[in-house]
Design a protein around this ligand. Structure first.
Ligand SMILES: [Zn+2]
Length: 73
């Protein structure tokens, strides 16, 4: 399990997905570095894949420094 620091808090895959989605996912993959910068603050963006339900898979993106997040379904 890889932990990362987001907005000053340690997050796991599950809690990172929860930050992006607003609720805890059924499953989440490892956190990875996304190859992009935050459009709001130029901070580092990390990504995580997760399943909000059995039939859906989402890739979520989150800035490590500010509240910005994005997702692709
Ligand atoms: Zn940011």
């Amino acid at each position: 399990m890889t932990n990362r620091v987001v907005e000053g808090r340690m997050v796991t895959s599950e809690t990172l997905a929860e930050l992006i989605e607003g609720e805890r996912p059924m499953e989440a993959t490892e956190i990875e570095d996304a190859d992009r910068e935050c459009p709001e603050c130029d901070g580092n963006v990390i990504s995580v894949g997760y399943m909000p339900s059995v039939t859906a898979f989402v890739t979520g993106y989150k800035c490590q420094d500010c509240e910005w997040s994005d997702k692709q379904e």
